[in-house]
Structure formats: C-alpha cells, structure tokens
Design a protein around this ligand. Structure first.
Ligand SMILES: Nc1ncnc2c1ncn2[C@@H]1O[C@H](COP(=O)(O)OP(=O)(O)OP(=O)(O)O)[C@@H](O)[C@H]1O
Ligand SMILES: [Mg+2]
Length: 425
C-alpha cells in the first residue's frame, strides 16, 4: 500500500463552503482512491491518493469481482487510517474497449418566459431517453455540445427568452455489464456509487489546458491494459476510443522474448527500457545480470527492439482507428501522453517523430512542489477523476457523503503533513 498527500498550507478555511469528493479509478494494474476538496463547488485541493495493485481487471473491465471488492475494501480502510476520511460514497472512473460514441439531438418547449435550469435538465433527459440503444448497452455520459434557442446556437441558454430549446449531444455508451459489475463491487465493499465516468474525460481535464482543448488535443492515456484515446477540439469532444493493449503487453513480450520471469521483465522495462533502439547511446551494453537471475546476457538493444514493436502496434491501431473516424491530425493540434506507460524513456520523442506534431507528457495540473508525487503520469486519471467529479457535481451536499472521521480536521491535516512526500516509494 502506498499513499501520497498534499500538505496543510493549501487547505482552506473550514468555515467556507467546503465539501469532499472521493473517486475510485479502476485500472487494469491498480485501483486508486483519491480524495479531493471542493470550495464553493469548485475543485480546491487534492487531499490524498491511496492505491493498490489489483489483478481482477482485464483491459479496464472488472473480471474478478472478489479481488476487486477486497482491494476496494483495503483502500477504504487506508483512506480512513492515512488520510482520515470515512468514505461512504464514490465517483468511479472506468474505461471499456466497447466504449461507443453517438451524436443525438433533443428539443423541449419552454414553459415560462425565459429558459431555466429545469428546462436544460429536461432537454438533456429527453436526449438520454430518446437515445436508441442496443441490447445490453448502457449510457455513461450525455454531454451537451451545443444549445439552440428558437433554432439559433447560443453559449449558455439559461435566462434567455424563447419558446423552444434544442440540444446537440455526444452520448457515450458501454456494455451494461461493465456498469453493473462496478456497482456490484462497490456495493460489496460498502460504498454507494454516486456516478460513473469514462475516466479519460477526467484525465483530459487534469492534464491539458483550455487553450490546448480549443486548438485540438489528442490524449493517449497508456496504462497497463488499455490505451485510452480522447480528442477534443473547439472545446467539443470529437473522439473516444479504448485500445485494449497497454504496458502489460510490453512486459509480456519482454518476458517471452528474453525468456525471463514476468517480474524480471517488468523491472527491466522500467529500469532499462527505451522506446526505440535508435535513441540508445550504447546499444550493445548488457542489462545488469542481477536483474535477470541467471538468464543469458541481454543487450539494451534487444530490450528496446521488443518495446518498439509493441509501441508501434498500439500507435498503429490507435491512429488507424482515428483515421477511419475521419479525423486528421494537423497543426495546431497537439498530443499529450499520460498513464504509467508514458513514463517509458524515449516514448514522447518516439511519438513526436512518428506523428510530427508536438507531444508532451501529461501531468495533472496541480501546484508544482506540493503535489509532485500525484503529478506523476501514472496518477493522472486518479487525480483527473476528483477534478472532473468536482466540476460536474451539482453541489448538493446530501449527494456526497464523504465524511471527515472522528479524527477531525486538525488530525487529518497533521496526518497529511506527516505523510506528505514520504510515503510513496
Ligand atoms: N517508468 C516506466 N516505464 C515503462 N512503463 C512503466 C513505467 N512506470 C510504470 N509503467 C507501466 O505503467 C503501467 C501501469 O500504468 P497505469 O497505472 O496508468 O495503468 P492502469 O491505470 O492500472 O491500467 P489501465 O488504465 O490500462 O486500465 C504498467 O504496465 C507499468 O509497467
Ligand atoms: Mg488507467
């Protein structure tokens, strides 16, 4: 178990309108539980993240209910012991290789003199209800892209006068069983699910800036079992995809190619891996024999060749699908890579050379210094989820029941200070 925390100085006056948010990021390698603080309905601070490896998830999907439940239970206990929060309700972030993107429109007549929040809720509900679904398909998000009042596009329709309001939406769906399984494991672990999000949406908000999203940005969250692909342009979601391959396939290929154990291959990948042999200064150099426990000598070049072929495979699939969806990547678009596998040495340069657009490694937009551990790409989605949940929470306190435990705030802050910076290895 590992944890990381912010420190006390960033936390706000308890008399202000403070609320707490807990989010579970269900990844193929690890499950993270992150706790955030909102102030006046906006994300204010990250209070901590606890996480555990879990082998009950395959390509983003819960496949072993018991293993996932027991990992979540452990995380809840640790959130209580380490961060001082009694978590009873969570937002959950998932990815799924069968994520589907639909466009849909809906319209409602305006009852009063001007358009109200209730009219907006009605028109979004109409878009959700009218969405034709396949059997076993469930709606994950209904994202409003454009509102029209009396047929004219407007930014924010609330307060305007009109007789009808239309909405153009992007609807994201996943197999119903994916949602049911998430609800099952959370319930079995004693948690209520407040909402389920497509986690790359949170990651995108956490690691990119509004200007990038306006100009067009492609996010690649390269995790262990999936590569999540999301593109935003002009502040609209243009594309979502989940390629069911990630860094785990690199490890498996290394283990097969080098004839070593998976654990050894994982260490070699992280310590000696380079995205392409072209970037090696000394390709013939051999990997430290202590990492291989008696296997034949292995060169950095051999390791790198295997990694390059796996990376090329993922990029080939992701970019081909993007192409077939009719999306051209051209300036001023940019690319952001994040997730644990984005930490592979040379990967950023490799992708930049291949795509010929600026590529950066995405870190959660948190203050530098205070949150360096949580800014690692491996935690982008865990942090992104609390930020996204804060932004999309309607602020009704009764719906979020993350309670400060008996240890009370002062103790929480002390624990945060105690653990800050020293707990993560
Ligand atoms: N320095 C590194 N170099 C290469 N790979 C790394 C490095 N650090 C972590 N990884 C890889 O990152 C992966 C874990 O990433 P991450 O935690 O983002 O995945 P996840 O969210 O659990 O899974 P997913 O999002 O695919 O469902 C592992 O395969 C791990 O080997
Ligand atoms: Mg992930």
């Amino acid at each position: 178990m590992r944890a990381m925390n912010s420190n006390e100085s960033h936390l706000t006056n308890p008399e202000e309108n403070i609320n707490y948010i807990a989010a579970l990021d269900i990844g193929s390698n690890k499950i993270s539980l992150s706790i955030g603080q909102t102030l006046d309905g906006r994300f204010d601070a990250l209070l901590g993240v606890v996480h555990h490896q879990c082998h009950g998830i395959t390509s983003g999907r819960v496949t072993n209910l018991e293993a996932v439940t027991s990992t979540i239970r452990k995380l809840v206990v640790e959130a209580h012991e380490i961060i001082g929060f009694d978590v009873t309700e969570v937002y959950v972030g998932i990815t799924d290789p069968e994520i589907a993107v639909h466009r849909n429109t809906a319209m409602v007549a305006v009852a009063g003199d001007s358009i109200t929040d209730a009219d907006i809720a009605d028109v979004l509900e109409a878009a959700e209800t009218a969405m034709p679904l396949r059997e076993n398909e469930a709606i994950l998000h209904v994202i409003p892209e454009q509102f029209l009042v009396n047929g004219h596009p407007v930014g924010d329709p609330v307060g305007r006068s009109g007789v009808r309001v239309d909405v153009e939406t992007t609807v994201l769906t996943v197999p119903r069983v994916s949602i049911l399984n998430v609800e099952r494991v959370c319930r079995a672990a004693g948690l209520q699910v407040r909402d389920i999000f497509f986690s790359p949406l949170g990651t995108l908000e956490a690691v990119t800036h509004p200007r990038q999203r306006q100009l067009g940005v492609l996010l690649l969250d390269i995790g262990a079992g999936t590569t999540d692909v999301v593109m935003m342009e002009g502040d609209r979601l243009r594309y979502c995809d989940v390629v069911p391959i990630g860094g785990l396939s690199f490890t498996e290929s290394l283990a097969g190619g080098l004839r070593c154990l998976r654990e050894e291959a994982e260490t070699i990948k992280v310590k000696c891996g380079m995205a392409s042999p072209a970037y090696l200064e000394n390709p013939g150099k051999t990997v430290d024999s202590r990492l291989l426990c008696g296997c034949a000598p292995v060169t950095y070049s051999q390791v790198s060749h295997i990694l390059e072929s796996r990376i090329s495979e993922i990029l080939h699939i992701a970019l081909n699908r993007l192409h077939y969806a009719g999306i051209q990547l051209t300036a001023p678009h940019s690319i952001v890579i994040t997730g644990g596998t984005a930490q592979l040495t040379g990967l950023r340069a490799f992708i930049q050379e291949l795509i010929e657009l600026p590529v950066e490694v995405g870190h959660a937009n948190l203050p530098v210094g205070m949150f360096d551990l949580a800014r690692q790409p491996v935690f982008s989605s865990a942090v992104g989820l609390v930020m996204y949940a804060a932004a999309h929470d309607d602020g009704r306190p009764s719906r979020m029941d993350v309670r400060v435990t008996d240890s009370k705030n002062s103790n929480v802050f002390k624990k945060l200070a105690d653990f800050f910076g020293g707990f993560f290895d």
